[in-house]
Ligand binder design. Structure first.
Ligand SMILES: [Zn+2]
Length: 343
């Protein structure tokens, strides 16, 4: 894996390097610590940062650059290998393919697309980054560790800046459920705070079987419980994908390969229920394509990118399903910002 995050002209720790205890938190030294209602303000990266890595399907090396962006930009992608490429939003309505990964495209030019965005989107969601420009030199993000840990490390190295614009959070107002084949479903329900998720899955391969994982999303829990949990694939499926020219960048370093009751990775799993935890990671990324953080409960059973996207499209097809939570009042915001200046 070729990953060397850099920012400010300096090389940061390699993602492969053993992580020191002193890895900067998301609020690095360039950023004021957040206090109280500053959580209600939008954020972006404190510094630009970039890395290189192998794309999962094409197997080519791509450059990935994350840059700070102003308030209300949202998460936007840009193809740096195509001259004059406009940026386009990572929105559920711009998702054009969900079969192997979540693929976003530019509405005005569908040839401008970026695949496998979900693991980066999950890291951005968990790290509470509202605004960022993501430039990638090919049609697919680097797979890196097959999870969100490497992306999270990049984001933490870049640091987070709080902006002076209130964040808008989506509140789910009533149960919305979509169903797929063989009993699969995905559902969003009203919740009192934040985003909680529960995933269950059922696979014929005995190495996976039936698994369930549930978690309330916060940065710390994400880092400790799911960020490092890798994507997974059946041995037969990976052989088929490679026979049609896909999964060329796949390896035992960035995916768990399952063959019946066996796991083919020599080191085995990183943690128990790694499969269910990865599915939960995927859902955290896919749900961030709502365009905002969410206050809701998510339940997924045998669900994946297709149902996750269908769920968002269904939620936003009816204005009675959701609202923006009334955010910090202008008076509270002024008070907060005064306190911040005085700090
Ligand atoms: Zn995934």
């Amino acid at each position: 894996m070729q990953v060397t995050p850099t920012h400010g002209g300096n090389t940061a720790h390699g993602v492969d390097a053993k992580r020191p205890e002193t890895v900067p938190g998301i609020d690095g030294s360039t950023t004021r610590p957040e206090r109280g209602s500053l959580k209600n303000l939008q954020t972006t990266l404190a510094n630009p940062i970039h890395c290189q890595g192998i794309a999962l399907h094409s197997g080519v090396t791509v450059d990935l650059a994350l840059s700070p962006a102003p308030a209300n930009t949202g998460i936007r992608f840009q193809r740096s290998d195509i001259a004059g490429s406009p940026s386009f939003p990572a929105l559920y309505s711009h998702i054009v393919d969900t079969r192997l990964s979540t693929v976003v495209a530019c509405e005005a030019d569908p040839n401008l697309r970026v695949a496998t965005i979900e693991h980066l989107m999950a890291a951005l969601n968990a790290c509470e980054i509202d605004n960022v420009l993501i430039a990638v030199s090919g049609p697919e993000l680097p797979v890196l560790d097959g999870a969100s840990d490497a992306f999270m490390f990049l984001i933490r190295c870049a640091g987070r800046n709080t902006l002076e614009t209130p964040r808008q959070v989506i509140e789910i107002l009533r149960n919305v459920r979509v169903e797929g084949e063989n009993g699969a479903f995905a559902e969003l329900r009203p919740a009192q705070r934040g985003l909680s998720l529960a995933i269950s899955l059922s696979f014929a391969a005995q190495a996976i079987g039936n698994q369930r994982y549930a978690m309330q999303l916060d940065e710390q829990r994400f880092a400790e419980e799911v960020a490092f949990c890798r994507t997974f694939v059946n041995r037969q499926d990976i052989e088929y994908l490679q026979s049609i020219g896909l999964a060329r960048g796949g390896s035992l370093e960035n995916a768990v390969v399952v063959d019946g009751e066996n796991i083919l990775n020599p080191a085995g799993l990183k943690i128990e229920r790694e499969f269910a935890r990865h599915k939960l990671l995927d859902a955290i990324g896919d749900l961030y394509c709502a365009g905002h953080r969410m206050q809701a409960g998510f339940i997924g059973h045998k669900s994946g990118h297709t149902l996750n996207n269908k769920l968002l499209r269904t939620v936003f097809s009816d204005a009675a399903n959701w609202r923006f939570i009334p955010t910090t009042s202008p008076r509270t915001l002024t008070k907060t910002l005064r306190a911040r200046v005085a700090a």
